[in-house]
Design a binder for this molecule. Structure first.
Ligand code: TXE
Length: 488
């Protein structure tokens, strides 16, 4: 059984003890085993972290973009070197399969840091020739930024929030989700090893109380949250008291639309990935699968065969496809939705409950990948984010109808369109209310492209050059070369 030393805070370039004296625990969701005790940061600890970040910001923002970029590039390289170690740590803390963690979690974080490292030296303002006078803009950092993470991609989220912030010359205080505290501290140690000045990246541990202390802090200029919609609303409300910049990456209930001319094998592959990858604990998942009536039976049968064959079990086994949900409480929430779907009359095609039958499955938070057919738009399993391995299949007859139904939700994070008709693919993508639409694939998020939601799925974009706008401000400088022309 793997256990770790007590998890501290990381402030001012060093591991430090929290002053609160409060301790909480993180457990391995696949076994229920104790992983580590964690020190809970209180308001005084958050104040200490923000004060350290303020000092770090003075040093860091005085460096050139090229100097910042070189340090960030070194951090990306160290992350890649330590991929196996950090991926395994992420598996223990999240329950996700090692095959995913090795391929995605650490490396996508390294890609992000490398991408923004390259951008650091390219940030510039503009020049305006005003005929005798001129103006220019300065692209300036905001100061101390707060990052607040969710528990499904802990290290990736820490990288996706810190990389653009640091590349632009800001400092950051990051709070990982209380369910997954282990890897953000490792990122802080890697940044230090890469040469990041003390105080530029700090990590505080804790639950909503620690997050609220960050959001309320008067010296925090901006908050970037990844979390549920309700949390996003509370963070935005708290940030209003000091008019902080806010970017919110929230939940979703995204449509995945399969037209009658779709490549069926690809559409089935994408639907499986869009619902069962990371045990379905992915915000942008295409959990409302709309399939044209003419191909419904063939599509659902192909889904069933491939879902029944998925291997669910020990996340550290490279052969495992589906790991454990993050906690007993979350598993109970997902199982309650499955029961509600059955009670509402939806038909279970595959899965339909807790996975059991051997010591591993009985000890952990394992739910069988579940497909519901004969769903109707009004069902709770179709309306609400479940955040587990639960797919709902809905039938449609024509394009106008399916676009209207796909958009009939408060969410607007993502969508998928499967068709081999070029015009229809782009026509439907233009009409879907989502921050990102995949045509003939799903959930690919290369660092070069913006990621984020509309409607109640969020505000702002992560990754791509778009992120720079969220971590800098433009100052206009007007230079008068003549006299002031005053009418009085
Ligand atoms: O979210 P929570 P979770 C969403 C996903 C799902 C949720 C799961 O859709 O709904 O996140 O993650 C802190 N003030 N996304 O359960 O509970 C809390 O401590 C300040 C979307 O972690 O909202 C944690 O660190 N902070 C995403 C973080 O907020 C507060 C991808 C999130 O907690 C707080 C992944 C408060 N009042 C998951 N209350 C995307 N769109 O990319 C809680 N926190």
């Amino acid at each position: 059984m793997t256990t770790f030393p007590i998890v501290q805070l990381f402030i001012g370039g060093a591991l430090v003890d929290a002053s609160s004296g409060e301790i909480f625990e993180t457990r391995n969701p696949a076994t229920g085993d104790h992983l580590a005790q964690v020190q809970h940061a209180n308001v005084a600890d958050v104040d200490r972290a923000v004060e350290s970040a303020t000092k770090g910001f003075q040093v860091w923002s005085a460096m050139t973009g090229a100097e910042r970029g070189r340090i960030l590039n070194r951090a990306a390289a160290i992350l890649r070197e330590r991929n196996d170690e950090l991926a395994r740590m992420e598996v223990l803390d999240t329950g996700k399969p090692i095959s995913e963690a090795i391929a995605v979690d650490v490396l996508s974080g390294a890609d992000c840091i490398e991408y923004f490292a390259g951008m650091a030296a390219t940030l510039h303002g503009e020049h305006f020739d005003l005929g005798g006078s001129f103006a220019y803009t300065r692209r300036e950092p905001l100061g101390v930024c707060a990052g607040i993470g969710a528990w499904n991609y802990p290290l990736q989220i820490a990288c996706w929030k810190s990389a653009p912030a640091l590349a632009c010359g800001n400092a950051m205080v990051f709070k990982p989700a209380e369910l997954t505290p282990l890897t953000a501290i490792k990122l802080a140690e890697i940044y230090r090893e890469a040469g990041l000045p003390d105080g530029v990246f700090n990590v505080v541990q804790g639950d909503a109380r620690t997050g609220e202390a960050l959001t309320a802090h008067p010296d925090v200029a901006k908050v970037s949250l990844t979390g549920e919609v309700g949390t996003g609303k509370r963070v935005m409300a708290a940030a209003a008291s000091t008019l902080k910049h806010v970017t919110l990456e929230l939940g979703g209930k995204s449509p995945l639309v399969v037209f009658e001319d779709a490549n069926l094998t690809n559409a089935v592959s994408a639907a499986l990935l869009a619902n069962f990858y990371t045990q379905g604990e992915v915000c942008s998942n295409g959990t409302r699968v709309f399939v044209h009536r003419s191909i419904h039976d063939e599509f659902v049968e192909a889904l069933r065969v491939r879902t029944d064959a998925l291997i669910i079990g020990d996340p550290l086994d490279p052969a495992t496809h589906v790991g454990a949900l993050i906690s007993q409480a979350h598993m109970a929430k997902v199982l309650a939705y499955i029961d509600a779907g059955i009670a509402a009359g939806a038909v279970v095609v595959s899965g339909g409950g807790r996975a059991s039958g051997n010591a591993i499955l009985d000890a952990g938070c394992f739910v069988r990948p579940t497909i519901f057919d004969a769903c109707t738009d009004d069902m709770a399993i179709v309306q609400e984010e479940i955040f587990g391995p639960v797919m709902t299949v809905l039938v449609f007859d024509d394009e106008t109808e399916v676009v209207a139904r796909a958009n009939d939700t408060r969410f607007g994070l993502a969508a998928g369109v499967f068709t081999q008709n070029l015009s229809r693919g782009h026509r439907v993508a233009a009409q879907l209310e989502a921050g990102i639409v995949w045509i003939n694939n799903y959930n690919l998020t290369p660092i070069e492209v913006p990621f984020g939601g509309v409607k109640q799925s969020g505000i702002g974009r992560e990754n791509s050059h778009a992120a720079i706008e969220h971590y800098t401000q433009r100052k206009t400088v007007y230079v008068e070369l003549g006299d002031v022309d005053a009418p009085y």
